[in-house]
Design a protein around this ligand. Structure first.
Ligand SMILES: [Cu+2]
Length: 172
């Protein structure tokens, strides 16, 4: 008997929700016109924590062009390399640069620093956070504090990848 009551209750809730959610439903059915991938949604419900996941692949691309967090957030960022090509040929990382650091210039310098995980030795201060270079099927989660409000650049520093593999890390 209790079971039936529960089923009825949840059905009623579902009915109410579908009645009350008209505007939401309308929004969902409207096709989005943006061709670029949406920014990732923050999956953590916890206040002050931004949990983000971004993927890389053998096409030398990230699946997102924008990552967005709030100022003061603790950022838990995961890079998953979905590719299958060997790390030596198609490794990827995610590197977030401080403002004012020239992306192309940093990428060129980093591409020569294979023995340092493609990060420039002595220029750690130019980087907010970065993962290591990931091979096929690998992932890494890095945790750091969101910098002040602004738009920052992220890129892959594997040689010749930054042209296609870059995006905006936005702190609101
Ligand atoms: Cu890459």
């Amino acid at each position: 008997m209790k079971k039936y009551t529960l089923i009825f209750a949840s059905a009623a809730v579902g009915f109410l929700a579908s009645c009350g959610g008209n505007s939401e439903t309308a929004q969902e059915s409207t096709p989005t016109e943006t061709t670029a991938p949406e920014s990732t949604e923050t999956t953590s419900g916890e206040e002050g924590i931004a949990e983000l996941t971004i993927e890389s692949n053998d096409d030398m691309k990230y699946n997102l062009k924008t990552l967005e967090v709030k100022a003061g957030d603790q950022v838990i960022l995961t890079l998953i390399n979905k590719g299958t090509m060997p790390k030596e040929a198609m490794g990827h990382n995610l590197t977030i640069l401080k403002q004012g650091i020239d992306l192309e210039e940093y990428a060129m310098a980093a591409s020569k620093a294979k023995d340092n995980g493609y990060q420039v030795k002595g220029r750690e201060g130019d980087v907010i956070a970065h993962t290591k270079i990931l091979g096929p099927g690998e992932s890494e989660t890095i945790t750091f504090n969101a910098p002040e409000v602004g738009t920052y650049k992220f890129l892959c520093t594997f040689p010749a990848h930054y042209g296609l593999m870059q995006g905006d890390f936005i702190v609101k």
